[in-house]
Every structure is written in structure tokens, then in C-alpha cells.
Ligand binder design. Structure first.
Ligand SMILES: Cc1cc2nc3c(=O)[nH]c(=O)nc-3n(C[C@H](O)[C@H](O)[C@H](O)COP(=O)(O)OP(=O)(O)OC[C@H]3O[C@@H](n4cnc5c(N)ncnc54)[C@H](O)[C@@H]3O)c2cc1C
Length: 232
């Protein structure tokens, strides 16, 4: 159940020119019970709040990881930029949870743009912690090589779990990029064959979510098998 929580900033790391990892330690209460795929609501100023996905798995109950793209530079971004290790923060959590995995043997196809990867990291780690057996295929779209993080982590997960495959897709890479290029949507529709038998999890910007949803419905994927969280 959502509750007011006091946190302290344990670490803050800038991982790209616009993305920060912030790890909070819970102060009061000292731990949290949540479902992978849920969110936290940050109180960034009196009467102003911003929702952020929880990127860490529920097994790490004494801390919460936030992955924040501060490029919008509104109140939420400025709040994160101003955080210092040791600062205290107030959140309400857990909230939402529309993305949380359905318990089913169906293949889970996940499509993220930008920091839309945050809830998926929590969900994938939690799924393998619980020994989940369904196939998971992750498509993550970013723009440039300099936007990349967590490559090693997802590569390691892929080599440890044969049921997990992931694809990093850059829309504006340099000429030297040897990986996938273009739009995440195209790569997903090119590769996925048995769509009616799969579940789809979409997270990120509105354009991607609307396009994928519309095309999935046109492929006769039942709407109950499409879950999405719109960041902006
Ligand atoms: C359920 C939910 C979960 C979210 N989880 C995350 C998360 O884990 N990580 C994360 O970085 N953000 C996440 N967001 C987005 C986040 O809540 C804020 O919208 C974002 O940080 C901008 O806040 P702001 O106050 O700086 O800018 P605002 O003043 O709120 O927004 C300024 C403008 O920027 C647009 N915008 C917002 N985000 C982006 C973006 N990434 N790129 C380009 N334009 C953008 C807004 O639509 C608006 O037009 C989530 C949003 C929702 C609804």
C-alpha cells in the first residue's frame, strides 16, 4: 500500500550527459514491499510531485534506485540535479504498477525508449530471482552511443538466462556503430513472429507507445496482452 517514506541519498552517479542514477536508502520505514514495475512519487517542491519508476528489484527492500533523464529541466529534473549524498527526501510509494508481469507462460516482449528501461530492469531481475521460465525479449531504443548504459548488465543476464534476449537499437548512431540502427518499433515488428501468443510491455514516450499499440491491435493481439506506461 502506498505510504509516505523518508529516504536518504546513498549515492548519485551521472551515467550519461543527461541520465543520473540515484540510490536512496530507506530511513522510515526501514524497508518497502512493492511489486516490480511500480513507481514512487517524489515530493520535489511544496505541492509539486513527479512520478519515477523503481529500477531496483523488490528483493532490495532497504533501498530504491531511480534512473532519471534530467533533459526536460523542469522542477523534477532540477530537484534531482540538486540532490547531494546524505540529503533527506520524502516520497510516496509504491504507486501504480500497470506494467507488472502477468503470471503466464506467454512470451514477454518488452519495448522501452530512453529511461523507460527503468521499470523493466526491476521486472526482469525480479522475474529471474523468482525463477520465471517464460521467454523475455527486450528491445531498448536510444539515440546515440553516448546514451548507452547497462549494456554489460543486460549482456550478462542474457548469457546467464537462455530465455532472455535483448536488443539495443540506436536511432542516430555514428557511421562506426555495428549494432542495430533505426527505430525500436521496426526491429520489434521485423523479429516478432508469434505476436498473438505474446504479451507486450511498452514504456517510454507517447509516440512509440501509440504506434506499437495500434499496430499490435491490427495484428490481432488482444488488448489485454498489451500493457503500457507513458512517461511523457
Ligand atoms: C508513471 C511514470 C513513471 C516515470 N518514470 C520515470 C523514470 O523512471 N525516469 C525518468 O527519467 N522519467 C520518468 N518519468 C518522467 C518524469 O516523471 C518527469 O516527467 C520528467 O522527469 C520531467 O519532469 P520535470 O519536472 O523535469 O519536467 P516537466 O516540467 O514535468 O516537463 C517538461 C516537458 O518535458 C517533457 N518530458 C518529460 N520527460 C521527458 C523526457 N525524458 N524526454 C523529453 N521530454 C520529456 C514533458 O512532457 C514536458 O513537456 C515518469 C513519468 C511517469 C508518468
Amino acid at each position: 500500500m502506498a505510504q509516505k517514506i523518508t529516504l536518504s541519498v546513498a549515492s548519485k552517479e551521472q551515467v550519461t550527459d543527461k541520465v543520473y542514477f540515484v540510490t536512496f536508502t530507506l530511513v522510515s520505514p526501514p524497508s518497502i514491499d512493492f511489486r516490480a514495475g511500480q513507481n514512487m512519487m517524489l515530493m520535489v517542491a511544496p505541492g509539486v510531485n513527479r512520478t519515477m519508476s523503481i529500477a531496483s528489484p523488490p528483493s532490495e527492500a532497504q533501498s530504491l534506485l531511480m534512473v532519471h533523464d534530467v533533459s526536460p529541466m523542469g522542477p523534477g529534473s532540477k530537484w534531482t540535479l540538486g540532490l547531494r549524498v546524505g540529503d533527506t527526501a520524502t516520497i510516496v510509494a509504491p504507486t501504480g504498477g500497470v506494467l507488472s508481469f502477468v503470471e503466464s507462460p506467454r512470451k514477454k516482449v518488452m519495448i522501452a525508449t530512453g529511461t523507460g528501461i527503468a521499470p523493466f530492469r526491476s521486472m526482469i531481475l525480479d522475474y529471474f530471482n523468482r525463477d520465471g521460465q517464460a521467454k523475455i525479449e527486450l528491445y531498448w531504443g536510444q539515440r546515440f552511443e553516448k546514451d548507452i548504459y547497462w549494456k554489460e548488465e543486460f549482456d550478462q543476464l542474457q548469457s546467464r538466462h537462455p530465455s532472455f534476449t535483448w536488443h539495443q537499437i540506436l536511432s542516430q548512431p555514428t557511421d562506426g556503430w555495428e549494432g542495430l540502427r533505426g527505430h525500436v518499433t521496426e526491429h520489434m515488428f521485423d523479429r516478432e513472429k508469434d505476436m498473438v501468443e505474446s504479451e507486450f510491455y511498452l514504456c517510454g514516450n507517447k509516440g512509440m507507445i501509440e504506434e506499437v499499440r495500434e499496430r499490435l491491435l491490427a495484428h490481432n493481439v488482444p488488448k489485454e496482452q498489451i500493457k503500457s506506461e507513458l512517461f511523457y
